[in-house]
Design a protein around this ligand. Structure first.
Ligand SMILES: [Zn+2]
Length: 392
């Protein structure tokens, strides 16, 4: 369940660019539900009524607004109500969840209006995954509302990828997939294709709701972080930016799937400590949301594996804070949904992070739902698409 109403962050649009002009202000005010008529627009936005009329006429022509005319009881002019066409523009977000590929169709109001998924076995190679992407695309496009434009397709990914060449280089879920050229796969389509990090997309939502420099640390199947100065300034870095799960933390460590030994993930990630802490309750491949439920009320603070993991994670978090010095640290993933683990992480982190008696301003567990993260991925594409539609 979303804990944040959509209206809370629609209020901040646009996020990734400046407002274009008063026409866009009118459209966004109607989309947010702040304005329902021309006269309200005049008052609320302090724009002259003749100008509002021109803007509304333009937005009606572009099919971004509709105007409903109903007869008013008794005398007086008919009632005219403005509605935003949230489905005038949609975007597709591909995201990997557990061992499945999902595709979501998202409209301008942050609603998911189409969803398809397919499981991909761990044996899947470039050809198999490419076929799944194309099949999901063709199926989900059947949900495209009449009169809607597709603003673009975004692949919200983990692992290693290259934004500029649109190549998905590596992911531990599908070790046989290598250097998948996503742009080439969709070369028959005219829609823009982009690749973005799932963690950056979740961070965008956090930064929208609270404007502080933020470090988002994910502790789940993998370990990684994202950092942003503000919602339009999220640090991108190179192809594996933020993958601190592969920091070498011990010389006596076991093998990691990256080919090295002694990586942070070998001591902290769900793939390595799932069984030692949960026994038969852990099945590799279960979704993190499910694991969070399993972990939630268990008292496992005496477990050696979790104690070691908390120790390493609090050190890693503290070290990354020594690089970025964020105002806020937000931690996501199944482990910190357990109150006792969170408390113990929190205590260890606060102790290690104190720096010349300075302390971090805010330390919280992420409450951003997966759906909101998907909207975080869709947002930049929808905003670019809206600009293109208005400037056309
Ligand atoms: Zn590794």
């Amino acid at each position: 369940m979303d804990k944040t109403p959509v209206s809370d962050f629609l209020a901040h649009l646009p996020v990734t660019r400046a407002v274009l002009d008063d026409r866009e202000r009118v459209f966004l005010a109607v989309l947010r539900g702040q304005v329902h008529s021309r006269s309200e627009a005049t008052r609320t936005l302090s724009i002259r009524s003749t100008t509002i009329s021109d803007h509304v006429a333009d937005l009606l022509e572009r099919r971004l607004l509709t105007e409903e005319i109903s007869a008013r009881a008794g005398r007086g002019r008919p009632l005219r109500t403005l509605h935003a066409c949230a489905e005038r523009l949609v975007t597709l977000v591909f995201q990997v969840i557990s061992q499945s590929v999902h595709v979501f169709m998202v409209n301008l109001s942050a609603e998911i209006i189409g969803h398809e998924k397919a499981e991909a076995s761990p044996e899947s190679d470039n050809e198999a995954l490419g076929a799944i992407f194309l099949r999901l695309y063709q199926t989900v496009m059947r949900a495209l509302p009449a009169g809607a434009d597709l603003a673009g397709i975004v692949f919200s990914l983990g692992g290693v990828f290259d934004r500029t060449t649109h190549r998905w280089i590596h992911t531990s879920r599908w070790p046989k997939m290598h250097n998948l050229d996503i742009q080439h796969l969709f070369s028959g389509e005219k829609h823009p294709i982009s690749l973005s990090r799932t963690l950056d997309n979740e961070l965008r939502i956090h930064m929208l709701l609270q404007r502080q420099s933020t470090l988002l640390l994910h502790w789940g199947y993998g370990v990684g972080f994202a950092f942003g100065q503000s919602s339009d300034r999220i640090v991108e870095g190179g192809s594996a930016f933020g993958e601190i799960g592969h920091w070498r933390v011990t010389d006596q460590g076991t093998s990691c799937h990256c080919g090295q030994t002694g990586c942070l993930e070998t001591l902290t990630a769900l793939w390595s400590i799932g069984t030692p802490i949960l026994g038969e309750d852990f099945r590799a491949g279960d979704e993190e949301e499910h694991i969070a439920q399993v972990l939630k009320d268990k008292d496992i603070t005496d477990n050696d594996a979790i104690q070691q993991a908390v120790e390493h994670m609090s050190t890693a978090a503290s070290n990354v804070c020594r690089v970025f010095f964020p105002d806020r640290l937000v931690v996501s993933g199944p482990f910190v949904q357990n109150q006792r683990i969170w408390q113990s992480f929190r205590e260890r982190f606060e102790q290690k992070n104190r720096f010349f008696s300075q302390e971090i301003q805010s330390l919280t567990v992420s409450q951003v739902s997966r759906d909101l993260g998907i909207y975080g991925a869709a947002l930049p594409i929808l905003e670019q698409g809206l600009a293109a539609l208005l400037l056309d």
